[in-house]
Design a protein around this ligand. Structure first.
Ligand code: XIL
Length: 320
């Protein structure tokens, strides 16, 4: 019995975790990650991003990504591949290259074709485009948008589909977990990709949440928002779930956090086309939160000593 076992019993494809290469030398950590009762799926937190894969133009480096893909295969875990096109962790040769429209399109297509071909047959999902939107629903100004325009998004999806027709192709973003301008704009991205005649299979809701804030309202708020996506003919997945709080976490915060986790899981459970949930690593020991959000953390179901937080863990378990 475990988090993945329960998710599968509820009709989902997986419950999973992100991971990263440096952590894999921690044997206790690796044993927990490899326990398929809890984790039926893994996502590389960094090692398939552009700066790792193509650090200079035309030079591809798959060593780190392969470690994660091989681990998934060895453990019998599904793999969510993350991510092909993102403004962040993008090498400066792309950002500051001064490329014209047609050159940047070919750079984008070449990157995607090369990487998706390398991992062909191994990725259940690809996060093709990550975080293309501002909070108000307008397009984020990144080098792809300013040089190519919104067409860079369908161009990316078309290239990914051509390289691995069986991978499910996702648009992935944060703050699209509740109805609002950004969620509506993400729905419009689904329509845009389809309008260009390209394939899009799903939308990933990152769900980097805050204890007691957006995302904890109700299961029905989750299902209503998810259904707005599935009505467009795509799947949804919770792709990077963590629920942070001020550290050290109070007992009251942990109790609220357990409720919040249960609300998220309840939302996914209730929507047939919500295919699975991934937490953004499973232990506070390796969470990205404290280094990114000062004074915050304690966001995951295992603590910094790899000890399971019973209240939070059981809330997830029993919400499936
Ligand atoms: C984060 C990683 O977890 C960190 O190790 C890294 O320093 C920065 O990126 N949204 C995403 C993820 O889509 O790729 C980010 O991962 C977290 C926010």
């Amino acid at each position: 019995d475990g988090l993945n076992t329960r998710a599968v019993a509820a009709g989902k494809q997986y419950f999973g975790s992100a991971t990263d290469n440096p952590e894999l030398s921690d044997t206790a950590y690796l044993a927990g990650l490899s326990n398929t009762a809890d984790f039926g799926q893994i996502t590389p937190g960094n090692s398939m991003k552009w700066d790792t894969i193509e650090p200079s133009r035309g030079t591809f480096s798959y060593t780190k990504g392969d470690v994660i893909a091989d681990l998934a295969a060895k453990n019998g875990q599904l793999l969510r591949c993350h991510t092909l096109v993102w403004y962040n962790q993008l090498p400066s040769w792309v950002t500051n290259g001064g490329f014209d429209n047609s050159t940047l399109i070919s750079i984008l297509q070449n990157h995607i074709t090369n990487e998706v071909t390398h991992y062909k047959g191994k990725c259940l999902h690809w996060d093709v485009v990550n975080e293309a939107l501002n909070e108000d629903g307008t397009y984020r100004t990144n080098v792809f948008y300013t040089t190519i325009g919104p067409a860079y998004i369908p161009i990316a999806f078309a290239a990914a589909a051509a390289a691995d027709p069986s991978a499910k192709l996702y648009y992935n973003d944060y703050n699209i977990e509740a109805a609002g301008s950004k969620s509506t704009a993400a729905q419009n991205i689904v329509k845009l990709v389809k309008a260009y005649g390209a394939k899009i299979d799903g939308v990933g809701m990152q769900a980097h949440l805050i204890v007691g804030s957006t995302g904890s309202e109700s299961v029905s708020a989750w299902t209503a928002n998810m259904n707005a996506f599935t009505a467009l003919g795509v799947d949804v997945a919770i792709t990077e779930l963590d629920i942070r709080t001020t550290t050290p976490a109070t007992a009251a915060a942990v109790t609220q956090q357990a409720k919040d986790y249960a609300t998220v899981i309840g939302g996914c459970k209730a929507v047939t086309r919500c295919v699975g949930v991934t937490i953004w690593d499973y232990t506070d020991k390796y969470s990205w939160i404290p280094s990114t959000f000062s004074g915050q953390g304690a966001a995951l179901p295992w603590d910094e000593n790899l000890v399971k937080k019973t209240e939070v863990y059981n809330a997830i378990l029993n919400a499936w």
